[in-house]
Structures are given as C-alpha cells and as structure tokens.
Design a protein around this ligand. Structure first.
Ligand code: CA
Ligand code: CA
Length: 177
C-alpha cells in the first residue's frame, strides 16, 4: 500500500461524504450521482443511467463488503480498506470509470474537451487547479482534448494501491501547481 494511494482515496472519501457527517451512506451517493449527471447536460439518457448505475454499484459494493452491522453507514477506515483492495473493488471501479468518462463524450468520438472534463470533476468536488493539472497530465491534443480511454485508465489507476507518481496524484490538494 502506497501512501499516495491512501491520500488519493482519502480525498475522495471527503468529497463523497457530501453531508459531512464522517460516514458514507446511500444518500451521499444519490446526491453525488445527481450532481455529476447535471454537469453533463448533453449526455443521452443511456449514459446518465449508466452513471447512476455506476454510483449505485459503488455504494452497494461498499455496503455488501463492509457493512457487517447493517446500519447503512461506511466509516473512513472501512472505505479505504475496500476501495484499495483490487479483489474487492476492481470490477466496480471499472464500471464507474467507463460511465464517468462516457458522460464526458456525448458525441461518442472517443475524445473529451476540457470544459466537459472540468464540469464533471467539479461536480464531484475537485478543485479547478487540480483538475486542470490532471487534464494536462493526460496529454491533451492541440484542440485541448483527451482520449476517453486514457481517462478510464487514469480512474482505475487512482484506486490502485501500489501506484504512485501517477496523474491521479495531482487531484490531491496540495500537489497541483
Ligand atoms: Ca455522509
Ligand atoms: Ca467527444
């Protein structure tokens, strides 16, 4: 387990805990899903449904793996242990990553313009400077677009316990610019 990996998912926990009560609940994921979908007004209904499914599976995987006392709440320690265990979380984060990246590509050409990327990432709660640093690290084209496949891979890497020095580290506060 790399320190960088823990910092990455610790930051996501703080963003997903939208109501700030220190635990994750189903409501946090509904809230986040709605925010993210609203940030992609050009996406079609199928893509929006896939994103809802992605957030729902993210939550149900946590609940199934962790919520032994069935109180509907996931603590920080439980969360980190689950999402940084590839055998528990790989397939879930794959579904999530594909859905999020697809929302950013409503015309389906496999490319994402910076404004679409920024809108989605701001909806999750990341800061603009960190988002721009990440986009730049994804090697945008002359037209300031990145490939969907690179973003999908970047999201999966973000949850990889053994990876450090990756573009995703730029999303952690204090690392950008
Ligand atoms: Ca919460
Ligand atoms: Ca596109």
């Amino acid at each position: 387990m790399r320190t960088e990996a823990t910092k990455r998912v610790t930051h996501v926990f703080s963003l997903f805990d939208a109501n700030g009560n220190g635990v994750l609940e189903a409501d946090d994921f509904d809230f986040m899903a709605n925010n993210v979908i609203e940030a992609a007004p050009d996406a079609d209904e199928a893509a929006k449904d896939a994103m809802r499914t992605g957030f729902h599976q993210y939550w149900t995987t946590l609940a199934r793996e962790l919520d032994a006392n069935d109180d509907g709440k996931i603590s920080y320690e439980e969360y980190v242990a689950c999402v940084l265990s590839p055998e528990r979380f790989d397939s879930t984060i794959g579904v999530f990553a594909e859905a999020l990246a697809a929302l950013g590509d409503p015309d389906g050409d496999g490319l994402i313009e910076r404004p679409a990327f920024v809108a989605l990432m701001r909806a999750i709660g990341f800061k603009r400077a960190n988002i721009d640093a990440l986009f730049d690290a994804f090697d945008p084209s002359d037209l300031d677009r990145i490939q969907v496949a690179i973003w999908v891979a970047g999201i999966k890497d973000y949850y990889a316990p053994d990876k450090a020095g990756i573009p995703g580290d730029l999303l952690v506060p204090g690392t950008a610019v």
